[in-house]
Design a protein around this ligand. Structure first.
Ligand code: SF4
Length: 450
C-alpha cells in the first residue's frame, strides 16, 4: 500500500480514465501517487472483505445485513478491457430500448462510456422516468441511488445495480435503528413531536440528504420531513424552518453545516448527534437551543480535501479558481472561491469563456473527465493523490457485462427493490422536495454522446 502524499504537483490530466492512471502508477510509468495500489486489481478481489476496500472509503465498515455480491463468473473476471467493451456493446445492441444504462458522475470512465445518461443521482433517477417502457434500468452508481430509481420508476421496471457491494459509506452512517433511537431520545427532550408551538412549528423536522437509504427516506416521510440534494439543500432547509423549530439533518454533517451556516445559523446552534452516545453526546440545554442537529456522518472522499491543498494550489497557480463540493469540511468550503454540487461544478467550467485554471474538490473521476473534455482549461483535482470513491469503483465493466448479458438471456441479476411499506413514505419525502423546489425543473442528466 502506498502512503498518502499530498506534496506532489497537481498534474494536468489528459486521459479521462482514473483506472489507467492507477495502472500507470502501479506499473511505475507515472510519478503520481494513489492512496492504495490494490485499486489496480479487479473489485472482485476485495468484494469479499469486511470493509469497503481500498481507496478513500477503506476504513469504513460495511454494516451487517448490507447486500453482498456473489462471485463474478471467471469469464468476466479474466476478460480484457477490449473484450468487455465488445460484449457490453453487443448486449446493449440486442436489448435496444428495453434497457437504459445510467452512469453517475463519479463512475469510472470505462463504465461511463456505455451509459445512456450521465449525471448525479437525482438527475439519473429522472432520466429513467423518461423511459417508462424500458424493462430494465441498469444503475451504475451505488446502492441508495438504485433504490431511489426504484422508488421513482414503474413497478414493472427492474432497477439493477451491477455490483451489490457498491454501497455508500456515508449513507450507511445513518442506520435506521439508530435514527429511530435518536428520534425517541429527542422526544424525551422536546415532548410530543407532532404538537405545534405558538408559532405553529413542530419541535423538529427531519431532513435527509439524497445520499441515504430508502429506509431513512421512509422515516423522514413518516415524520413530516423531506429529502434534499446538494443543489437544493438551502431551499429544503427554508421549507423545513417554515414548519419546524429546528431540523435534524442526516447523514452528512458537512452539507448540513455548510448550508445552515450560509443561511446565518450560528455554529453553536448546530450540535452534532453521535448515535453512539446518550443524547448524541449533547445535553438537553444545547438541544433545546439547537436550530440544526447534525448527524455524525461524512463522505470519506470529500473529507480528504484540506485548506493546505487550497493554499498550495493558490501558491502554485496564481489566479486559480477553486471550486469544492459542499460535502467538504466547512474550513475547506470557506477557503474555496465557490462551493456547489457536481452539476454546479460542471456548469461553472462549461460557462468559463476564457482559458482558466480550476482546482476542483470533488471525486477524481469527474475531475479527470472534465479535464479531458475541456482541454482549453487547466483542471486538476485539489487532492494530488489518485483516490477514487472505492464503492462507486466497484462497478467494473465486468459486472456491467454480466448483468446485461443476463438480461439478454432473460435473467434479471441484482435487482434492487424497495419494500412497499418503506417506498410509500419515502416517495412522499421525495415529493415534498419536488414541491419545495423553486419553479425550475431539476437539471437534466447529460445524454451521453460517447
Ligand atoms: S463519493 Fe462519498 S457520498 Fe458519494 S457514493 Fe462515494 S462515499 Fe458515498
Amino acid at each position: 500500500m502506498s502512503a498518502v502524499n499530498i506534496t506532489l504537483q497537481p498534474r494536468p490530466l489528459t486521459d479521462a480514465s482514473v483506472d489507467h492512471a492507477i495502472q500507470a502508477i502501479v506499473a511505475g510509468a507515472s510519478t503520481a501517487e494513489t492512496c492504495n495500489t490494490d485499486l489496480a486489481s479487479g473489485p472482485w478481489d476485495f468484494d469479499t472483505r469486511p470493509g469497503y476496500g481500498p481507496g478513500s472509503s477503506m476504513g469504513d465498515v460495511i454494516p451487517t445485513g448490507s447486500p453482498r455480491q456473489g462471485e463474478l463468473p471467471r469469464e468476466y473476471r479474466e476478460a480484457s478491457e477490449v473484450e468487455l467493451n465488445q460484449r457490453i456493446r453487443a448486449a446493449k445492441a440486442i436489448l435496444g430500448d428495453r434497457v437504459v444504462v445510467l452512469g453517475h458522475f463519479y463512475q469510472r470512465e470505462e463504465v461511463v462510456v456505455h451509459a445512456d445518461y450521465v449525471g448525479d443521482s437525482f438527475q439519473l433517477a429522472n432520466a429513467a422516468l423518461e423511459h417508462p417502457h424500458a424493462e430494465a434500468i441498469v444503475f451504475c452508481g451505488v446502492h441508495f441511488m438504485a433504490e431511489t430509481a426504484d422508488l421513482l420508476s414503474r413497478p414493472e421496471q427492474a432497477v439493477i445495480l451491477p455490483n451489490l457491494a457498491a454501497g455508500c459509506s456515508m449513507a450507511d452512517m445513518a442506520d435506521i435503528d439508530q435514527v429511530e433511537e435518536c428520534w425517541e431520545q429527542l422526544a424525551e427532550v422536546y415532548g410530543n413531536m407532532d404538537t405545534t408551538d405558538a408559532d405553529g412549528l413542530v419541535p423538529v423536522i427531519p431532513v435527509t440528504y439524497m445520499n441515504s437509504s430508502a429506509a431513512i427516506k421512509g422515516f423522514v416521510g413518516r415524520h413530516g420531513g423531506i429529502v434534499c440534494t446538494s443543489s437544493n439543500a438551502r431551499t429544503v432547509l427554508e421549507w423545513a424552518f417554515e414548519r419546524g423549530r429546528r431540523v435534524l439533518f442526516f447523514p452528512d454533517q458537512h452539507l448540513g453545516r455548510n448550508t445552515a451556516k450560509a443561511m446565518g445559523v450560528p455554529l453553536d446552534q448546530m450540535p452534532m448527534w453521535n448515535p453512539r452516545r446518550p443524547l448524541g453526546g449533547s445535553d438537553a440545554a444545547s438541544l433545546t437551543d439547537a436550530r440544526v442537529i447534525l448527524w455524525h456522518g461524512f463522505c470519506s472522499v470529500h473529507r480528504r480535501f484540506s485548506v493546505d491543498q487550497i493554499e498550495k494550489a493558490r501558491a502554485e497557480h496564481p489566479g486559480v479558481r477553486v471550486i469544492v463540493h459542499p460535502e467538504c469540511p466547512m474550513e475547506v468550503v470557506d477557503a474555496a472561491d465557490e462551493a456547489g454540487s457536481t452539476d454546479y461544478i460542471r456548469k461553472a467550467i462549461e460557462a468559463a469563456t476564457e482559458p482558466t485554471t480550476f482546482a476542483i474538490g470533488t471525486e477524481v473521476n469527474l475531475v479527470q473527465r472534465l479535464a479531458a473534455q475541456h482541454p482549453q482549461h487547466e483542471i486538476f483535482c485539489l487532492d494530488p493523490v489518485v483516490c477514487p470513491c472505492s464503492t462507486m469503483y466497484r462497478i467494473h465493466p465486468g459486472y456491467l457485462a454480466w448483468v446485461l448479458e443476463g438480461l439478454v438471456t432473460g435473467e434479471v441479476r441484482n435487482r434492487i427493490t424497495v419494500p412497499q411499506d418503506v417506498a410509500d413514505p419515502a416517495r412522499l419525502a421525495l415529493e415534498r422536495m419536488l414541491a419545495a423546489k423553486p419553479p425550475a425543473a431539476p437539471a437534466a442528466a447529460w445524454e451521453n454522446a460517447s
